[in-house]
Design a protein around this ligand. Structure first.
Ligand SMILES: [Zn+2]
Length: 225
């Protein structure tokens, strides 16, 4: 599995070195039985701009999503079984909110944008509120700290840009375009509703106890919001 090395890791689409960490996105796994050539690119890096313009991007993201989400037609033995390290909480239009058992953390993965956001359980309600606010209010500009990372949200015309800083270094920067904002908001609101329900039940420990959420109970976000 290639690791990202600044200036040496090459984009597998344009074959040029990636000069900034925040320009890079990592390709997810896809099933080699479905496309051997594309599957060999998994875990390699691409420029975000190259990914946006790549003719195989749509196919790649769909196949990557199908491996873990959707109907999983290509990988019936892998998925959100009881012993799976990843359990699907919500999904909407190739955006999945996973529960990551080993990390005691949620992971938001957008297969179309090649974006992954790790959200530790202890910080979860605040993180979700940050994203819901950012997505709901055009013009929203705010910073939010997730562990040692500072997240900055700002609107650029109709697109919402997130910049992630570690110490003073920018480690990631991505844009949620207008055609992806709805599914992000749908998943975030569905999760926020679940949080609110827990509060309403008087389950004050819901935020700090995985059992409070019953993670791994797969739900379709569209049905809840
Ligand atoms: Zn490139």
């Amino acid at each position: 599995m290639p690791f990202f090395i600044l200036g040496r890791s090459k984009c597998v689409i344009c074959h040029q070195p990636i000069k900034h960490r925040f320009d890079a996105a990592e390709l997810p796994y896809i099933d080699p039985n479905v496309s051997k050539s594309l599957s060999q690119l998994a875990k390699n890096f691409v420029h975000r701009q190259c990914w946006k313009e790549w003719e195989y991007a749509k196919l790649f993201s769909t196949l990557a999503f199908d491996l873990v989400g959707g109907e999983r037609p290509f990988a019936p033995t892998k998925g959100s079984g009881d012993d799976s390290p990843l359990k699907i909480e919500f999904e909407s239009d190739e955006l999945i909110l996973f529960w990551v058992v080993a990390l005691n953390s949620y992971r938001l993965q957008d297969f179309k944008l090649l974006v992954t956001v790790e959200m530790p359980l202890a910080k979860f309600p605040g993180i979700v509120a940050f994203f819901v606010s950012a997505l709901s209010h055009q013009g929203f500009t705010k910073e939010y700290q997730i562990d040692s990372d500072i997240w900055k949200a700002r609107w650029v015309n109709s697109a919402l840009e997130f910049t992630v800083c570690e110490e003073l270094e920018i480690v990631d920067r991505f844009v949620v375009p207008s055609d992806r904002q709805n599914c992000w908001l749908t998943v975030m609101k569905a999760m926020l509703n679940t949080v609110m329900e827990k509060m309403g039940d008087g389950s004050a420990n819901a935020f700090t106890s995985p059992e409070g959420y019953a993670p791994g109970t797969r739900r379709n976000a569209e049905l809840i919001v």
